[in-house]
Design a protein around this ligand. Structure first.
Ligand code: ZN
Length: 298
């Protein structure tokens, strides 16, 4: 514990005067004339291009016919996410993601990539765009929750995209990507607008069904070993789940504002338990869709 800062009355008045002067000036003229060019300074925000993001390395079997899981540890960099019990979500979920990756690699037969492997910030669009560009078969975003002062609230939740958000995403994707993109390996550039829209809508609906199936498997496989929130299955308009052609689920692993849950999620055993449950759900998901055995007999 550091001693509290002391601000003298004089310093406080000086700061207040400066703030006030700044506010008055900004009301009078918020543009600051640039003396040498006679033009006003323009405040510009550089928007990062979603496509400029580096693709992460793919680990696991070198056989690219094997299914690829993209694991997305939420937040990162200047965005710590939730905090509680001395923990930060961005760090906790990165460790959960690494544990799951290691478990999947150890079991073999799959390929795995993480959207971030260190403490960096990624836009939500960049996260699912990585999955799309790697041609991933499954996308899992991992988060942890905070309940503010309500330290009793605990339990994991599994999110999929809500139906309304799903059709909105399809419409937006069709509008935006129409002439320049592919969906499920199909080139949209030769298609009319209405055919493109239908292809995207169909793809999104199929993806939605697969996402729901994977969410159900997580719940089923986690029963008895993970602690779920009483209302564990949820649908929401989450941007990170909007890839129209990669089944996507967001897993809120628990509340780090709850002491026991925070301890469990940040312990080696807790991470291992999470990794085993999730790896099992992923393997069953692919076994059902036939992708885990595809190419194995050749
Ligand atoms: Zn989060």
């Amino acid at each position: 514990m550091a001693p509290p800062h002391r601000i003298t009355a004089a310093a406080a008045i000086a700061v207040a005067a400066l703030v006030l002067a700044g506010a008055v000036l900004s009301m009078l003229d918020w543009r600051i004339p640039a003396p040498s060019f006679g033009r006003d300074y323009v405040l510009r925000t550089e928007l990062p291009e979603a496509t400029a993001v580096d693709l992460p390395a793919v680990a696991g079997t070198g056989d690219d016919r094997r299914p690829l899981v993209v694991i997305d540890p939420g937040h990162g960099g200047h965005d710590p996410g939730a905090s509680g019990q001395g923990l930060q979500e961005k760090t906790l979920v990165l460790e959960l993601a690494r544990a799951l990756r290691d478990e999947l690699i150890e079991q073999g037969g799959l390929r795995v990539a993480l959207t971030r492997e260190d403490d960096r910030y990624l836009l939500l669009e960049e996260r699912f765009e990585i999955a799309r560009r790697l041609d991933a078969d499954l996308f899992l975003s991992i988060h942890a929750d905070s309940a503010g002062e309500s330290s009793e609230v605990a339990g994991a939740s599994i999110y999929t995209l809500s139906n309304q958000a799903s059709s909105e995403a399809a419409r937006r994707f069709a509008e935006r990507e129409n002439a320049s993109d592919r969906i499920n390996g199909q080139d949209l550039s030769g298609q009319s607008d209405s055919v493109s829209a239908i292809l995207v809508e169909l793809s999104q609906r199929r993806t939605q069904g697969q996402s729901d199936a994977f969410a159900r498997l997580i719940e089923r496989e986690g029963e008895g070993s993970l602690r779920f929130h009483p209302q564990a299955r949820r649908a929401a308009a989450l941007k990170v789940l909007r890839a129209p052609d990669v089944p996507s689920v967001l897993f809120e692993s628990g509340f780090i504002t709850n002491e026991r849950e925070a301890q469990r999620l940040s312990s080696a055993e807790g991470r291992q338990r999470f990794a085993e449950v999730m790896a099992r759900a992923i393997r069953i998901y692919f076994a059902r869709s036939g992708e885990l055995t595809a190419g194995a007999g050749e």
